[in-house]
Design a binder for this molecule. Structure first.
Ligand SMILES: Cc1cc2nc3c(=O)[nH]c(=O)nc-3n(C[C@H](O)[C@H](O)[C@H](O)COP(=O)(O)OP(=O)(O)OC[C@H]3O[C@@H](n4cnc5c(N)ncnc54)[C@H](O)[C@@H]3O)c2cc1C
Length: 433
């Protein structure tokens, strides 16, 4: 098979890139090749928080991209507006609710941290509201909530699997050729382009986009230094009754996270279940990936205990679904862009835990690179600069283990960051989900 562009990986990065390519050049032939079903990776399994930030939050943006933060915030807003416009234009029904976000403090030290967080957002002109314990309880009733910051215009929540389906329909309508159940086993440089091989055949293309996030090192080993893989897990309850819903308040239906270093995130779904996830970010030995990690009972148990403590009024509500998925984490928590095979292959990976919105922006960058468009985006440090690399094994496991233990200790120690975390902070590197 011959195509102008072969896109490998049918998650949000691959789908949005295919869409951007075909919207820019409708006559282009694009083949999208996916090992399993579209969305089987992180894109079909995530919490569905659409946060407009491209920098994994304001503080992280200030730490890594201070000089161009104003530009990145403008691009983030543009991306969010474009995201919503695309849902309309392609009639994608993914139950998007523009609820905004709520950050809650569940410990006294988190209250202090939230006040600082609020001030930083307010000083940059973000629309934020600081809520006392009593005000926060009016929005979300839990004995653990001590304060909150509300960001009413900071995105919302959606159904990620429905977004995958909608994007797949949109690119099909624009003429993309989609190949599911087609695992790519090798990518090779070839005359004037590259060959993408599967067990059953191959695609010869002028350009290749690698959109395989946590799996990228399997096809392009040089990407390995850019990221570690952690598994993030979620639980989902049965639909709540109206009485149960009334018992927790939450009329604004915001996407919520708490202010711990190991943090929970939770939201209501369109059928009024609670999706409750996060806290542990489990790195399996050697960044291993596989179906055996999709379920992780120790984390499921811990998440359930935390849920019961947060919402004691829902002590009888059972969980009907539990799952996990891999997240590629860079040391600066924002994606890395790169090329391989002498510029014939372009990749973007490593969105850490905020890929729902950022993948669409990355797709814009990738499509411009593939089409050779001269664009100011290519000049951004966000696109140009590589994150500090992770070391090879065994140092990688030692460093990640140390960091995870230090984060746990900081949470148990009123948020105080020990020596190891302070050293990492100084070098501008870290671990998050
Ligand atoms: C549990 C969980 C919760 C999350 N919650 C949120 C959230 O609420 N908000 C948010 O913004 N982000 C969240 N994220 C992160 C977000 O989901 C990801 O950043 C984003 O989906 C990455 O998209 P992607 O297309 O780059 O990668 P993926 O969706 O992982 O897609 C990569 C695709 O490549 C395919 N592939 C791999 N190898 C091959 C091969 N050899 N041949 C062909 N295909 C291959 C895979 O099957 C997969 O479909 C969460 C992630 C997880 C796991």
């Amino acid at each position: 098979m011959v195509a102008d562009v072969a896109v490998v990986g049918g998650g949000f990065t691959g789908l949005w890139t295919t869409l951007a390519l075909l919207e820019s050049q409708p006559s282009l032939s694009v083949v999208l090749v996916e090992a399993g079903r579209f969305g089987v990776g992180a894109s079909g399994r995530n919490g569905g928080f659409l946060d407009p930030s491209l920098t994994h939050g304001l503080a992280n943006g200030q730490r890594h991209f201070a000089a161009e933060l104003a530009e990145l915030e403008k691009l983030a807003e543009e991306n969010y507006v474009g995201f919503r416009a695309a849902l309309n234009e392609h009639a994608i029904d993914c139950s998007f609710e523009p609820t905004g976000m709520l950050e809650v403090a569940t410990q006294p030290w988190q209250v202090v941290a939230l006040h600082e967080w609020f001030a930083a957002h307010r000083d940059r002109g973000h629309d934020v509201e600081l809520l006392s314990g009593a005000q926060a309880q009016e929005r979300l009733e839990s004995p653990l909530v001590q304060a909150a910051v509300r960001r009413p215009n900071a995105g919302g929540v959606l159904d990620p699997a429905a977004l995958v389906d909608g994007l797949a329909d949109a690119v099909t309508a624009l003429g993309a050729q989609l190949r599911e159940q087609s695992q790519v086993i090798a990518i090779e440089a070839a005359n004037g382009g590259a060959v993408v091989r599967t067990e059953l055949g191959h695609v010869r293309a002028r350009k290749v986009v690698l959109a395989t996030d946590a799996w990228s090192r399997e096809l392009v080993p040089q990407t390995r230094k850019h990221y570690v893989t952690v598994y993030d897990y979620v639980l989902v309850t049965r639909p709540l009754s109206s009485v149960e819903l009334a018992s927790i308040g939450w009329k604004g239906r915001e996407g919520v996270s708490d202010a711990g270093n190991h943090f929970h995130y939770f939201r209501l779904t369109s059928d009024d279940r609670i999706l409750w996830g996060g806290y542990d970010a489990v790195r399996h030995h050697g960044d291993a990936l596989g179906e055996q990690f999709d379920r992780w009972p120790p984390t499921f148990d811990r998440l359930e205990r935390h849920f019961r403590a947060f919402f004691p009024q829902l002590s009888d509500v059972e969980f009907t679904h539990r799952w996990g998925g891999p997240i590629a984490v860079t040391t600066r928590f924002t994606p890395v862009f790169g090329t391989a095979f002498g510029g014939r292959l372009h990749y973007a990976l490593g969105y850490t835990g905020l890929g729902v919105g950022a993948t669409r922006f990355a797709a814009r960058v990738l499509s411009e690179q593939v089409l050779g468009v001269q664009s100011p985006l290519a000049e951004l440090a966000y696109v140009r600069k590589r994150p500090f690399p992770f070391p090879p094994e065994p140092m990688r496991s030692i460093a990640v283990g140390l960091t995870q233990r230090a984060i746990t200790k900081a949470d148990a120690n009123d948020g105080r960051r020990g020596v190891w975390l302070r050293v990492l902070d100084r070098f501008g590197v870290g671990l998050d989900s």
